[in-house]
Design a protein around this ligand. Structure first.
Ligand code: UD1
Ligand code: CA
Length: 441
């Protein structure tokens, strides 16, 4: 775990005004083979760019460099991250060029500039805080995050001198055979003392194999001008995993999922079969809850202790489940509050609902919350100790009173009072002697 700012005795306010971040997100993402811009692809229902931004909440200002699919990315950011600034890189001439365009927004800025890529969503906030602390403690002008990879192919290589000081970064395409053998790679995450490197940003040239302006040239620039250039070697390599293809997207999802399951198990949650269980990073679960196989939990949810969830339960976000709740086979919940001791055990959909404590919802019950004609969603309220028979439809908006009973197979369109029976189904008919005994062989 990285040190938090509080532990360093550095107040949040102080830090905020000292640090800004630039996120490079203008690249095409050709390998995604998609009409959607790369950084808007989602892991656990959240775009990659959002996952990066959520990890730098300590920064005073975030500037995202957009290019490919700029209008879509801007629209998303304006709606969801209104404080984030976007700058347009019309032509993608390289990471150095992207930084230069962002730097136009930073004319008078004198603090630290954290630079990240929009396609690296697995980096943790703790790590980034630790990285910036390291930069400050070393009074560095430039700090580069590096990692040692068994298979460094595709990455920029870190070239150190015989004292271990960093000299430069060489891109794979510009590397000779000897350089290609270096296993220490550039993670693409940097912290700059902005004033110290400002001039260097202006001087980046594009004389290399790809004819691009490389941000990585700043390292050589700094090293040659006795700027203090430091390396921060990250141990947990999965954090810097970059998403460039649909396969990477799936791998990223798996890393995030495994991380979450392991954190939950460490905190006392029983996960019977991690291989078939998927739980979003935004879900909190208390100890002694048991998650049975084939459970999918998406979005932001809170689940109490001693619950039993699954098998085959799907939570779609916005769920608050109290203690001792049972959710069983083929039960789907969305925006639902469920109080303690309630059972929803089979084949039910409960959406936009508040369910009281010790309620029993029989198999095959549906809260009909959506009017597809008006597109209006309405709420269902089921109060404490109510019992809903099997195969009921509760047509929202509707409220079921405390201790009331709903007969199986009812379609309930009106509120039901406390301690009442709600029944809405055709009366049973019986035709005596319908079958002639002699007819049956
Ligand atoms: C870059 C680094 C490489 C490092 C690797 C880590 C350079 C020259 N190389 O290579 O050393 O090992 O990241 O993942 O920086 N982008 C723009 N505008 C551009 C070009 C790129 O905004 O004109 C953005 C991309 O959207 C992406 C990021 O910059 O988010 C990195 O660009 P990419 O082309 O993926 O660089 P790599 O070749 O992976
Ligand atoms: Ca990349």
């Amino acid at each position: 775990m990285g040190k938090s700012w509080g532990e360093k005795g550095c107040s949040l306010v102080e830090m905020e005004k000292d640090l800004k971040a630039v996120i490079l997100a203008a690249g095409k993402g050709t390998r995604m083979k998609s009409g959607t811009p790369k950084v808007l692809h989602e892991i656990f229902n959240k775009p990659l760019i959002a996952r990066v931004l959520d990890n730098i909440s300590f920064s005073a200002e975030n500037i995202v460099v957009i290019g490919h699919g700029a209008s879509l990315v801007k629209e998303y950011l304006d709606r969801n991250y209104p404080k984030t600034k976007t700058v347009l890189q019309k032509e993608q001439l390289g990471t150095g060029h992207a930084l230069k365009i962002a730097s136009f927004e930073l004319e008078e800025f004198k603090g630290n500039l954290l630079v990240l890529c929009g396609d690296t969503p697995l980096i943790r906030q703790n790590t980034l805080e630790d990285f910036v602390n390291f930069h400050n403690e070393n009074r560095a002008d430039i700090t580069v995050m590096s990692a040692v990879f068994d298979n460094p192919r595709g990455y920029g290589r870190i070239v150190r001198d015989n004292k271990g000081n960093v000299k430069k970064i060489v891109e794979e395409k510009d590397a000779d055979l000897k350089t290609k053998q270096i296993k220490e790679i550039n993670a693409g995450i940097y912290c700059f003392n902005f004033e110290a490197v400002k001039k260097g940003i202006d001087e980046i040239k594009n004389q290399n194999a790809q004819g691009e302006y490389y941000i990585t040239d700043l390292i050589k620039w700094g090293a040659e001008r006795s700027k203090k250039v430091c390396l921060y070697v990250i141990k947990s390599c999965d954090e810097i995993f970059g998403i460039n293809s649909k396969k990477h997207l799936a791998q990223g999802y798996c890393i995030m999922k495994e991380r979450k399951l392991s954190e939950l198990m460490d905190n006392g949650v029983t996960i019977v079969d991690p291989h078939t269980t998927s739980i979003s990073p935004e879900t909190e679960i208390e100890p002694d809850t048991v998650i049975l196989p084939s459970v999918v939990i998406e979005g932001k949810n809170k689940i109490g202790k001693n619950c039993k969830i699954g098998p085959f339960t799907h939570l779609r976000g916005g769920c608050e489940i109290e203690d001792f709740v049972k959710l069983g086979n083929f039960v789907e919940l969305k925006n639902a509050k469920v109080k303690s001791g309630t059972n929803i055990c089979h084949l039910s959909y409960v959406g936009d609902s508040s369910v009281g404590s010790n309620v029993n919802i029989g198999a095959g019950t549906i809260t009909a919350n959506y009017d597809s004609r008006t597109k209006i969603k309405s709420r269902t309220k089921i109060n404490d100790n109510a019992s809903i028979g099997s195969n009921c439809v509760l047509v929202a908006p509707v409220e079921i009173g405390e201790n009331s009973l709903i007969g199986a197979g009812s379609v309930i369109t009106k509120n039901v009072d406390d301690y009442s029976l709600g029944l809405c189904r055709a009366a049973q008919k019986e035709i005596k002697n319908y079958i002639k005994k002699g007819e049956i062989k």
